[in-house]
Design a protein around this ligand. Structure first.
Ligand SMILES: Nc1nc2c(ncn2[C@@H]2O[C@H](COP(=O)(O)OP(=O)(O)OP(=O)(O)O)[C@@H](O)[C@H]2O)c(=O)[nH]1
Ligand SMILES: [Mg+2]
Length: 331
C-alpha cells in the first residue's frame, strides 16, 4: 500500500514538473513580444545611449558601411511607436536635408520638435467656471490624472470640483473621493449605475453654486471601438454643454504612453466623438517610448498638454516639448 502511494506521489510530481516546463517554455519572452515591425533592431543598438533611446538606434541606422540608412531609420521610428505615416514624413524630410557628415540624430530631433509645435497649456477661463472633461480607454490613468490635476490646481489657489461620471466601475467613486479629499476638492457623485450625464449636470450646477473655478469630470474607461459607449460619452458632453451653456473648455484624452500605436486609433475615435482638445500622456515613467503622440499631433492636430510620470499627487507636469524630445532621443 505504502509503495503504491509513493508511486502515485512520484508520478504526480513528475507530471507537475513536466507541465511547469511546458508552460514556462511557452511564455513569450521579451524578444518574442517585440512588435513584428522591429526586425534587426537589436543588432543596431549600441551602448552609447540608454536602451530604448532613439538616438542610439538612429546612430545604428547610419552605422559604418551602411549604404542605405533610410529604410532602417523608418523601422527605428516605427518601433518607437511614431506610426508609419509620420515616420515616413520624418524620413522624407530628414533625407531631403541630409548631407554626408551631418548628425542624423540632430536632424531627426529637429523634425520631431517641429511636429510637436509649441508646448500648449490647459486653456481655462479666468472669469467663470472652467470645465475639463476627461476621457480614455480603461485603465489609461484618467482618475489618477484628475487627482493629480486637482492637487495642482488647488496648489495654485483654485477652487476645484470633481464629477464622478464613472458610475460604471465599482469603487470608481471611492477612488475619486479619495483624491478629492487629498486635494481639498469638492466631489459630486451619485450611486453606482446612475446616469453619467445626470451626474455631470448636477456637478455643473453644484460647482457653480460653490463658485468653483474648475470642474473636472471623470468618465468610465471605454473601448474606443464600442459605439454605444462612445454615444454615451457624446451624451455626457452634450449634457455639460446644456448645463454650462458651452462645451467643456478642455476635453482631455488620457493616453497610456506604453499603449503603442493603438493610441492613434484611440485618439481618432475619441476626437471624432467628443472633440478632444489635448492629450494627457500618462505612465511616461514606465517607458522610453511615447512616440505615438507625434503621430497624434501630426495626423490629428491634437497637442499633448499634460504628462504623467508616476502615481503620486505631484507626478503631473505641463508638457515640455524640448524635454520630451530630449527624453525620446536620449533614453
Ligand atoms: N507609473 C504610473 N502609473 C500611473 C500613472 N497614471 C496612472 N497610473 C496607474 O495606472 C493605474 C490605472 O489608473 P486609473 O487612474 O485608475 O485609470 P483609469 O483610466 O481611471 O481607469 P478606469 O477608470 O478603470 O478606466 C493605477 O494603478 C494608477 O496608479 C502614471 O503616470 N505613472
Ligand atoms: Mg477611473
Amino acid at each position: 500500500m505504502g509503495i503504491v502511494v509513493a508511486i502515485v506521489v512520484v508520478g504526480l510530481v513528475v507530471v507537475g514538473l513536466v507541465a511547469a516546463w511546458v508552460i514556462s517554455s511557452r511564455r513569450p519572452t521579451a524578444e518574442s513580444r517585440r512588435p513584428p515591425t522591429t526586425p534587426g533592431l537589436r543588432t543596431h543598438t549600441t551602448t552609447r545611449a540608454p536602451a530604448g533611446g532613439l538616438g542610439a538606434r538612429i546612430r545604428g541606422a547610419f552605422g559604418a558601411g551602411r549604404q542605405d540608412p533610410w529604410p532602417e531609420l523608418e523601422r527605428v521610428l516605427i518601433a518607437a511607436d511614431v506610426g508609419p505615416a509620420t515616420s515616413d514624413r520624418i524620413v522624407r524630410d530628414v533625407r531631403g536635408r541630409y548631407a554626408v557628415g551631418d548628425d542624423p540624430i540632430a536632424l531627426v530631433g529637429q523634425e520631431i520638435r517641429a511636429i510637436l509645435g509649441d508646448s500648449e497649456v490647459l486653456d481655462l477661463p479666468a472669469d467663470r467656471l472652467g470645465i475639463v472633461l476627461i476621457v480614455g480607454v480603461n485603465g489609461s490613468g484618467k482618475t489618477t490624472t484628475i487627482g493629480k490635476l486637482a492637487s495642482r490646481l488647488a496648489g495654485e489657489g483654485k477652487r476645484v470640483s470633481l464629477a464622478g461620471s464613472d458610475t460604471f466601475r465599482a469603487a470608481a467613486s471611492e477612488q475619486l473621493g479619495a483624491w478629492a479629499e487629498r486635494s481639498g476638492a469638492h466631489l459630486v457623485s451619485q450611486e453606482r449605475g446612475a446616469d453619467p450625464g445626470s451626474v455631470a449636470f448636477d456637478a455643473v450646477q453644484a460647482a457653480r453654486a460653490r463658485s468653483s473655478d474648475v470642474l473636472i469630470v471623470d468618465t468610465a474607461g471605454r473601448l474606443h471601438t464600442k459605439q454605444p459607449l462612445m454615444e454615451e460619452l457624446k451624451k455626457v458632453r452634450r449634457v455639460i454643454e446644456k448645463a454650462a451653456g458651452a462645451p467643456p473648455d478642455e476635453t482631455l484624452l488620457v493616453l497610456d504612453a506604453t499603449t503603442g500605436q493603438n493610441g492613434i486609433a484611440q485618439a481618432r475615435a475619441f476626437t471624432e466623438a467628443v472633440e478632444v482638445t489635448g492629450l494627457a500622456l500618462t505612465k511616461l515613467d514606465g517607458t522610453a517610448k511615447g512616440g505615438v503622440v507625434l503621430a497624434v499631433r501630426d495626423q490629428l492636430g491634437v497637442p499633448v498638454k499634460l504628462v504623467g510620470t508616476g502615481e503620486g499627487a505631484g507626478d503631473l507636469e505641463p508638457f515640455d516639448a524640448e524635454a520630451f524630445v530630449a527624453r525620446l532621443i536620449g533614453g
